[in-house]
Design a binder for this molecule. Structure first.
Ligand code: FAD
Length: 307
């Protein structure tokens, strides 16, 4: 067990936000530790190809992008421990980060633990993630030019995804388990006016089938129980996002959706505790915006420490 090790900056979460914060903090010669509970790289490792991260005109796999970010930060001295952060305590001006591998102490903490997309939890979903199953139309719509796709969900996010997909796909079928959408009226009007968008009410997806990529869905009408299949190339699941902030409840104020509010320096209400990336209130939820947040957080964490 590693206990009571002192750092200047501790970063929780090794996605684009945390890795960029780590790069900036370690290049500023701050003794910095990254705490990651799973695979370094964060959610972007699930992206088969990232085409909107500047500097890679031919695109790059999400896995490679995550690895390169980690290599770059490590080169400047960032240390990494694989452990889950379970809480933060304030002690005599220091921050104690509690983890499954003991406590670590720092002057400043950058929280970059991201969020997780809610999953349908149906057969085929995990198997075909990145091979036709997507949780991000902004990221993946261009891979489905002139092909039929499904969007699952009925809120603002789902309808925004459907409208974006309609610019690329041949058909966009919105599968919704209820008989009306939750999305705002203006988005509903836009969707109804878009000839490529069709709505399939009172319907759930029960299984995703394919071979190397998604080929068809097994559907069930929830009122009649009638079963059917639908041949498609892609399924975009947009049923909500859960920020990874459970371990911060009672420590930091969270908004109604569990995200962290910061000022424009990425600092939270507690001086010396910063937040960056998808975990922030109203984040644009992209790798590049997360990286930008991480850089800002590290720059102001350094100012916090030195002043
Ligand atoms: C399939 C897919 C494709 C995508 N494609 C693109 C794309 O093409 N372009 C683009 O810009 N964006 C894309 N995105 C979105 C992009 O991945 C996210 O916006 C970005 O990763 C957010 O970065 P982050 O660092 O804020 O959080 P995350 O990437 O979510 O990283 C957070 C990290 O924190 C760790 N963590 C969580 N809780 C704890 C804890 N308690 N203790 C320790 N560690 C913890 C997690 O394991 C994770 O590694 C895609 C997302 C997905 C799912």
């Amino acid at each position: 067990m590693i206990n009571n090790l002192n750092y200047e900056v501790i970063i929780i979460g090794g996605g684009p936000a945390g890795l960029t914060a780590g790069l900036y903090a370690s290049r500023a010669r701050l003794n910095s530790l990254l705490i990651e509970k799973g695979l370094v790289g964060g959610q972007i490792v699930n992206a088969e190809r990232v085409e909107n991260y500047p500097g890679f005109p031919e695109g790059i796999t999400g896995f490679e992008l995550g690895q390169l970010m980690h290599q770059q930060a490590t080169k400047y001295g960032l240390k990494t421990v694989i452990a889950e952060a379970t809480g933060i305590e304030l002690e005599a001006g220091q921050k104690v980060v509690k983890t499954t591998k003991g406590n670590f102490i720092a002057k400043a903490v950058i929280i970059a633990s991201g969020s997780e997309r809610y999953k349908l939890g149906i057969p085929g979903e995990n198997e075909f993630t990145g091979k036709g199953v997507s949780y991000c139309a902004t990221c993946d719509a261009a891979f489905f030019k002139e092909q039929p796709v499904v969007v699952v969900g009925g809120g603002d996010a789902a309808i925004t995804e459907a409208l974006h997909l309609a610019k690329f796909a041949s058909r966009v079928i919105v599968v919704h388990r209820r008989n009306q959408l939750r999305a705002s009226r203006i988005l509903q009007e836009k969707a109804l006016a878009e000839p490529k968008i069709e709505l399939l009410w009172n319907t759930i997806v029960e299984e995703i089938e394919g071979k190397n990529s998604v080929k068809r869905l097994k559907l069930r009408q929830v009122i009649t129980g009638e079963k059917s299949t639908l041949e498609i190339a892609g399924i975009f699941i947009s049923i909500g996002l859960k920020p990874n902030t459970d371990y911060l409840k009672g420590i930091l104020p969270l908004d109604a959706t569990g995200h962290i509010t910061t000022d424009d320096r990425m600092e939270t209400e507690i001086p010396g505790i910063f937040a960056a990336g998808d975990i922030r209130h109203h984040s644009a939820r992209q790798a590049i915006t997360a990286a930008g947040d991480g850089a800002t957080a590290a720059i102001y964490a350094e100012k916090f420490i030195t002043q």
